[in-house]
Design a protein around this ligand. Structure first.
Ligand code: GLU
Length: 308
C-alpha cells in the first residue's frame, strides 16, 4: 500500500518553527517510504483563518523546498461534505444541543458534579432540531492505538471528552457557514478519509484527541489510520507550547537553508550539507531516522535569532 502523508496547518497565523518541524517531519517520513505528501488548509473557522496566512504558508513551504503532491485542499471549499456526512452517516450517533456554557455549569452545580467536568448529556434524548449545535456521542469504552513515537496510547473518549460539539449552532447571517461551523475533530477525519491519508505526523498536543477521532473512523466503518507519529512539541522559556497564541515568531524572515538545518536538528537528525533546500531535503529523506524522537515529549526552543 502506498503511503499518503499530509501537513494540515490552520491558517490562523504564519508558519513558525513548531509548525515547520511538523511539515519537515511529515514530508521526510512520507518521502522516505516513497509516499506522497499532501497539504491541506484547515480553514473551517472563518473568523480566525485568513487567506493571507494560507498564501504565506504556501510561499514559505515552496521557498523551503517542501513541494506538495496534487492540489492544495481547502476545507472551506468542501464544507458541504462535512454537513452531508454529519446529517446522514453520523445522524444516529449525534444530537442537537441547545445548552449554553452557563446552563451546563448550572446543571453541574445543581447535581453536585464537578465544575469543568465533561458535558453531562443534558440534551441527548431531547430530539432537538439539528439547527442547534450538534454533539457526537463518544462511547464510554477503552480505545487504543499504537503511536510510532509515543508507544501504546489508551483512552476513554467519553470520560476524556464527553460528547463533542462537531457543528456549532447555525448562524443564518454567516457568509461562509450558514449551516453552522464544523469543528476540527470532524473535518480532520472526514478529510483524511476523503484524501486517502494513511500516515499522520503531527504535534503531541493533538495526541489526546486521537482516540476520539478514531471513534469517527469506526462510526463511518472505515479502517483506522495505523501510522501515527506524534512529535514532541516545542516550548518557550515559560514552558508554553510555541504557537500563535504564545506569539511564536514567524519564520519568513529567515533563510530556508538555516531553517531546514534547525528543523532537522530539533528532529534529532544527522546534519545535512548546506545546499539548495530541495537537495538538503533529499539528503534528509535518505538519512531519515525516527529513533531519536521516540518517547520525546517536548523540546525547548529559545528565540530564533539566537541560532542564526
Ligand atoms: N490543523 C491542525 C493544526 O494546525 C492540525 C491537524 C492535524 O494534524 O490533525 O494544529
Amino acid at each position: 500500500m502506498s503511503i499518503v502523508g499530509r501537513f494540515a496547518p490552520s491558517p490562523t497565523g504564519n508558519l513558525h518553527i513548531g509548525s515547520l518541524i511538523t511539515a519537515v517531519a511529515s514530508f521526510c517520513i512520507a518521502k522516505r517510504q516513497n509516499g506522497s505528501w499532501l497539504v491541506r488548509m484547515e480553514d473551517v473557522d472563518e473568523e480566525r483563518c485568513k487567506t493571507a496566512f494560507s498564501d504565506q504558508i504556501l510561499t514559505d513551504l515552496t521557498r523551503l523546498g517542501l513541494h506538495w503532491d496534487g492540489e492544495i485542499y481547502y476545507q472551506s471549499q468542501n464544507l458541504e461534505r462535512y454537513h452531508t456526512i454529519l446529517d446522514n452517516q453520523l445522524q444516529h450517533v449525534s444530537y442537537g444541543c441547545d445548552c449554553s456554557r452557563k446552563s451546563i455549569q448550572t446543571f453541574l452545580q445543581k447535581n453536585n458534579l464537578v465544575e469543568n467536568s465533561i458535558y453531562p448529556k443534558i440534551c441527548e434524548h431531547k430530539q432537538l432540531s439539528r439547527h442547534n449545535a450538534i454533539r457526537l456521542v463518544m462511547p464510554d469504552k477503552r480505545v487504543e492505538f499504537l503511536d510510532k513515537l509515543q508507544g501504546n496510547i489508551v483512552g476513554n473518549p467519553q470520560q476524556e471528552h464527553g460528547d463533542i460539539v462537531v457543528r456549532r449552532k447555525a448562524m443564518p447571517n454567516s457568509t461562509q457557514n450558514p449551516k453552522g461551523m464544523i469543528n476540527y475533530m470532524l473535518a480532520v477525519v472526514v478529510d483524511d478519509i476523503a484524501q486517502g491519508v494513511n500516515q499522520i505526523v503531527r504535534g503531541l498536543d493533538i495526541l489526546p484527541l486521537t482516540t476520539a477521532q478514531l471513534v469517527i473512523y469506526d462510526y463511518l466503518i472505515i479502517p483506522r489510520v495505523q501510522d501515527y507519529y506524534h512529535l514532541p512539541i516545542l516550548v518557550n522559556d515559560k514552558g508554553q507550547k510555541l504557537s500563535k497564541q504564545t506569539l511564536a515568531e514567524p519564520i519568513c524572515d529567515y533563510k530556508p537553508q538555516d531553517l531546514l538545518a534547525l528543523a532537522l536538528r530539533f528532529l534529532g537528525q544527522a546534519p545535512v550539507d548546506k545546499d539548495k533546500p530541495e537537495v538538503m531535503l533529499q539528503q534528509a529523506i535518505c538519512q531519515w531516522d525516527s529513533t531519536p524522537l521516540i518517547g520525546q515529549k517536548q523540546m525547548f526552543c529559545p528565540r530564533l535569532n539566537s541560532f542564526f
